[in-house]
Design a protein. Structure first.
Ligand SMILES: Cc1ncc(COP(=O)(O)O)c(C=O)c1O
Length: 377
């Protein structure tokens, strides 16, 4: 059987990871400034993470949600403690798209309304509902038609108000920081006004922190820079450091009903062991502080480089606009071993593990300086 080939791939077969370093089947070495899509939060094969999963696997790998699972409660408690969302409830699932799918569904159940306001440039995943609120028609098939969604410009308060005034809006969904679109942030003014307007028009507010959450921005959630609370927050990528696990944090006023949501794999024993280990490492090694410190320094140094048009982001979620971005990205990988991401034609996207060292960050700046120099001559 052949693979259903939907991915553009490098001719690289990675076999070993340790911290922020990787190596492939041919023995080539790499430095991970992309965290495998912003997923690797505590570094590859962190010893505490490996040990936690290994010892859980020896006890019990899986049972379904037909039985109680004490690890889910432990995970929810730790998540409350580190995120500051103390009185919220947690629903566990398996991927970012599934988290958003459930969040949208909860909003429908709670409000009885249908319409969604999403942001232009948004990416929320590739399943039915998540794709409907994603602003990229190229990803949709005929199956994805007929959702009631309007897209407004990020940070356009008037447009948000106009659409809420028209009525029947169940929910407004906003990324903590737009990742796939090129690292664009909602302003504090927009988020706080959106919070007020959602309350005024009885709509819920979902903050999609799938990419920007879990400490990546230098706070547990990116929207916490703006000081507001969302009704629903979705989490995934950094949560399991590569183990597929995701979640929905739900305001205590939104009541659960038996059978309202469900999943076979969501919140299984191994997933919880992985997610708990991630939070323990984030706390013990002060990784959110490291993301802020190394990220701030990196952004400052990057913004001073000749040839860099602009630098955006928070913590270790960084977008760098460059002429010749695609070529620069290729050379960074081929000649220096740096994995990076991209958004559109011009933006290089950095999402390294949250424990990336200052020394590796400096190495990256040095390599980029040389590559930009070369590409300009
Ligand atoms: C903000 C955001 N939401 C949702 C998703 C979808 O997550 P997944 O690929 O785990 O379904 C992504 C993935 O890139 C994302 O960046």
């Amino acid at each position: 059987m052949n693979l259903f080939e939907v991915y553009n791939q490098y001719e690289i077969d990675l076999t070993i990871g340790s911290g922020s370093k990787l190596s492939d089947s041919k023995g080539n070495e790499y430095i991970d400034f992309y965290g495998g899509h912003g997923v690797v939060s505590i570094g590859h094969c962190h010893p505490h993470y490996v040990e936690s999963i290994e010892s859980q696997l020896k006890r019990l790998g899986f049972y379904s949600n037909a039985v109680q699972n004490g690890l889910q409660k432990k995970l929810a408690n730790k998540l409350c403690e580190l995120s500051g969302y103390n009185d919220y409830n947690l629903f566990l699932c398996n991927s970012g798209a599934e988290a958003n799918e459930n969040a949208l569904k909860i909003a429908g159940f709670h409000t009885g309304k249908k319409k969604v306001i999403a942001m232009k440039g948004a990416f929320h995943g590739r399943t039915g509902g998540a794709l409907a609120v994603t602003d990229n028609a190229a990803l949709a098939s005929s199956f994805n038609a007929d959702h009631e969604v309007v897209f407004i410009d990020l940070n356009n308060i008037m447009a948000l108000k106009n659409h809420l005034q028209k009525g029947n809006v169940a929910v407004v969904i906003i990324e903590g920081i737009q990742g796939v679109n090129g690292v664009y942030e909602p302003t504090s003014e927009f988020l706080n006004k959106a919070r007020e307007l959602c309350d005024e028009f009885d709509a819920l507010m979902i903050l999609d922190e799938v990419q920007s959450g879990y400490g990546r921005s230098g706070l547990f959630f990116a929207h916490q820079y703006s000081g507001l609370k969302a009704d629903i927050i979705t989490i995934a990528k950094g949560m399991g450091n590569g183990f597929p696990v995701a979640g929905v944090l739900i305001h205590p006023n939104i009541k659960a009903k038996k059978g309202m949501l469900g999943t076979t794999f969501g919140g299984n024993h191994l997933a919880c062991a992985a997610a708990l280990a991630v939070l323990e490492v984030i706390e013990k090694e002060s990784l959110i502080g490291n993301a802020r410190k190394v990220g701030d320094d990196l952004m400052l140094k990057l913004s001073k480089l000749e040839g860099v048009k602009s630098v955006r982001g928070k913590g270790l979620m960084i977008g760098i606009d460059l002429h010749n971005m695609a070529e620069i990205r290729k050379v960074l990988l081929k000649n220096y071993g740096f994995f990076t991401g991209s958004s559109g034609a011009n933006t290089l996207r950095l999402l390294p593990p949250l424990n990336i060292s200052q020394a590796l960050a400096d190495e990256f700046v040095e390599a980029l300086t040389t590559v930009i120099g070369g590409s300009q001559s």
